[in-house]
Design a protein around this ligand. Structure first.
Ligand SMILES: NC(=O)c1ccc[n+]([C@@H]2O[C@H](COP(=O)([O-])OP(=O)(O)OC[C@H]3O[C@@H](n4cnc5c(N)ncnc54)[C@H](O)[C@@H]3O)[C@@H](O)[C@H]2O)c1
Ligand SMILES: [Zn+2]
Length: 362
């Protein structure tokens, strides 16, 4: 168990509780400071696993507990869902002192945080992230949002939760496919900032992941918190380092719609970007090889075989509305250290990635 403080100035500072049991939340947090209602927002999958127990425990706070349960999935991140949730909050006569409790993955914390930021000009919310991705990434940092047809997260706000409460045991019901979503972000944290995380992953096998979640989640969170504290609203460009693997990754994700999950795409992105880094003389080929070996061990796709490089780079250009045909990358120098803002011409990226594809065959 560990408590990490996120320091953001009076109003927005809050604690992250890592490795605390869900069934003791009422004892562990001070609910007195909130109004007389707690509204649990969750999706069907998560609520059926953890909802009733959470409700039972929260009753110890003496408050009225209500739930809003939505369908699972990224598709729910839209305005219609937001309006439906707001209708429910009005029906429950939720007022500004009450608390919304987001129980679920990144979809739930993104929607719930956004609703909290606009309902009655802002009410308090807490996150109980139940996916590895939301524990190490989505539930932290105060970015909330929903999607539009034209793209992801086009509507949103910066709005911090009042606490984040993580019970690592919830990961025991999460399918491995979803574990990988978080795992690729953890590998990213290792490459950009903390070689110990990376080396830990190199040492362990898939079966040993669970016993290492506490360490991996805690160390990953520390990295994200540190960056968010320095650049909460993304004004200083410090959050850019978190984009390692995400420049190519994002392109792979959108150009191959539905073929690759975010985590799979980011993993390929990290491989491509570390190969680019090697070709630009910024790091040794070893970095690429180590990330690849790690990916193979944890069952990620680790080859560009099925990716059309021209289409991918075109998507990147279009998406970033690039002017001078240059793309910006975060490139590793060694495990634990990266260079940000490296600009490379589109044609050079195409050439290097084609070379990578050829090299994979040998
Ligand atoms: N705000 C941010 O800073 C930020 C950062 C990264 C990602 N995100 C967002 O996060 C979202 C992805 O989050 P996600 O990967 O957590 O997806 P998710 O919330 O859709 O959860 C994935 C699936 O796992 C199920 N699930 C959740 N917890 C479970 C558990 N403990 N046991 C069994 N099943 C469980 C869910 O019902 C869902 O079907 C995306 O919308 C993305 O844009 C936001
Ligand atoms: Zn990501």
């Amino acid at each position: 168990m560990e408590k990490i403080r996120v320091n953001l100035g009076d109003e927005n500072s809050h604690n992250i509780y890592i490795g605390y049991p869900l069934e003791k939340i009422a004892e562990n947090l001070k609910f007195e400071i909130f109004g007389n209602k707690i509204i649990i927002l969750s999706d069907k999958n998560v609520f059926s696993l953890y909802g009733e127990n959470l409700k039972k425990n929260l009753k110890n706070t003496g408050k009225k507990i209500k739930e809003i349960v939505i369908q699972p999935g990224e598709k729910q991140k839209n305005l219609k869902t937001v309006l439906n949730i707001i209708e429910k909050l009005l029906e429950f006569q939720v007022n500004r002192d009450d608390l919304i409790l987001n129980l679920g993955g990144g979809v739930i914390s993104d929607i719930g945080g956004f609703v909290a930021s606009i309902y009655m000009r802002g009410i308090k919310y807490g996150n109980i992230p139940t996916t590895l991705l939301s524990q190490v990434d989505a539930s932290i940092g105060g970015k909330t949002g929903i999607n539009m047809e034209k793209g992801k997260n086009l509507i949103g706000s910066f709005y911090q939760p009042v606490f984040i409460y993580i019970d690592l045991k919830t990961l025991s019901t999460l399918p491995y496919r979803e574990i990988k979503q978080g795992l690729s972000e953890i590998v990213k944290y290792g490459v950009i900032k903390n070689k110990d995380i990376f080396e830990k992953l190199e040492k362990i096998q898939i079966e040993e992941l669970e016993e290492n979640f506490e360490y991996l989640v805690k160390e990953s969170i520390k990295i994200k918190v540190n960056i968010v504290e320095k650049d909460e609203k993304e004004k200083k460009g410090l959050r850019e380092i978190l984009n390692f693997g995400h420049t190519l990754g994002h392109g792979i994700e959108i150009s191959n719609l539905k073929r690759f999950s975010h985590g799979e795409a980011v993993y390929l992105g990290m491989l491509g970007e570390s190969f680019i880094s090697y070709k630009k003389g910024i790091c040794d080929i070893d970095i690429y090889k180590r990330i690849k070996e790690l990916g193979e061990k944890f069952n990620f796709l680790t080859t560009y075989e099925k990716i059309n490089i021209e289409i991918l780079v075109n998507f990147l250009k279009y998406d970033k509305k690039i002017k001078k045909e240059k793309l910006r990358f975060v490139l590793p120098e060694k495990i634990g250290k990266c260079k940000i803002g490296v600009e490379i011409e589109e044609q050079e990226i195409i050439r290097i990635l084609k070379e990578l594809k050829n090299a994979e065959k040998n």
